[in-house]
Design a protein around this ligand. Structure first.
Ligand SMILES: *Cc1c(COP(=O)(O)O)cnc(C)c1O
Length: 336
């Protein structure tokens, strides 16, 4: 099977596994695991941040960021398409006790005026606007990336009024590779950043939350509350270190593969439209009379897995375990 359901399906490579086997371990709740500390420090310094926190998942790093920035009754501004709103089990309300201001934009990318227009006035009737959360790349937008100038404008605006900005950077390295800016460039634009090691980077699990030392200290407390304090977890944190050292530059291969598949999809008689591909995600809508589930079944019969992605749409994602030969086979499978 060629599995294009998500870039989360990758298996650790043999090189990654042997690196994991050699990891030095300790009890990370005592902050005694050298492999975890190395990963947290390495990632923090890549992004020009003071500190990092290793967590089991990207949902947890986002939720901890929300809990750390917000208190009950505060409000976060984010896109209607965002992962924190759609795919984290209502955690904004449940874990942070916060209210949410959704911006309707199909691309999932916000502008500085979206934010300026949605800050509540100092009025007892309204929740207090306390956080802006962006997503880059944007999953529901089809893996699209912000123009860094828009991000800079947002940060500059928010700094003026003392509003922190969080980034759900689950696939930030895809944007880094695509746009050619450095990790530090992005680091300077956010108060906190969440990064997934288990997507395109190919680690079996793990996400990092980055921020200043004081923020991460409180975040560490919130991680414990959620049951995310782990013990000899350097065994998997080391996979993240390996991924950051070896699996970043190759993301451009995934982007090329996604473009090839998108071109083939555009020629498929069942397909109405394919969103522009910028990184490793392909989102396509089917023509009115065509059923996504039937389309996906036809592909599955041919050895290709993809997922339905909202009304009339499908999603495919390229990753470490999809070779150029696999891509050729997918292109052949799409000739119907
Ligand atoms: C995958 C993802 C996350 C985190 O998901 P986990 O499965 O909890 O690791 C967060 N945001 C975006 C945009 C994602 O795609």
């Amino acid at each position: 099977m060629i599995d294009l359901r998500s870039d989360t399906v990758t298996k650790p490579t043999n090189e990654m596994k042997s690196f994991m086997m050699d990891a030095k371990l300790g009890d990370d709740v005592f902050e005694d695991d050298p492999s975890v500390r190395h990963l947290e420090d390495m990632a923090a310094s890549m992004f020009g941040k003071e500190a990092g926190l290793f967590c089991p998942s990207g949902t947890m790093t986002n939720q901890i960021a929300l809990m750390t920035h917000l208190k009950p009754g505060d409000e976060v501004i984010c896109s209607r398409e965002s992962h924190i709103y759609n795919y984290e089990g209502g955690g904004i309300a449940r874990n942070a006790g916060a209210s949410v201001r959704l911006i309707e934009r199909k691309t999932g990318l916000l502008t500085v005026s979206d934010i300026a227009d949605n800050i509540n006035p100092d009025d007892v009737h309204q929740p207090v606007t306390k956080l802006v959360a962006l997503e880059n790349t944007c999953n529901r937008g089809g893996g699209n990336c912000y123009d860094i100038n828009e991000i800079k404008a947002i940060k500059e605006f928010c700094d003026k009024i003392g509003l922190p900005v969080h980034l759900d950077g689950a696939r930030l390295f895809n944007a880094i590779v695509k746009k050619g800016h450095s990790a530090e460039d992005y680091g300077a634009c956010f108060d906190s950043i969440s990064i997934c090691l288990s997507k395109g980077l190919g680690a079996p699990l793990g996400s990092l939350l980055l921020g200043d030392a004081h923020f991460i200290k409180t975040a560490r407390r919130n991680r414990k509350v959620l049951g995310g304090g782990m013990r000899q977890v350097g065994i998997v944190a080391s996979a993240g270190t390996y991924a950051l050292n070896h699996h970043v530059d190759r993301l451009k291969d995934d982007h090329e593969h996604a473009q090839i598949i998108a071109n083939a999809l555009a020629n498929c008689s069942w397909i109405n439209q394919v969103l522009d591909v910028e990184t490793n995600i392909i989102v396509a809508s089917l023509k009115d009379d065509f059923e996504p589930l039937k389309f996906l079944q036809k592909l599955e019969d041919d050895g290709v897995l993809a997922i339905p992605f909202g009304k009339g749409k499908i999603r495919m994602v390229t990753h470490l375990d999809v070779s150029s030969e696999n891509v050729e086979k997918v292109v052949e499978s799409l000739k119907f």
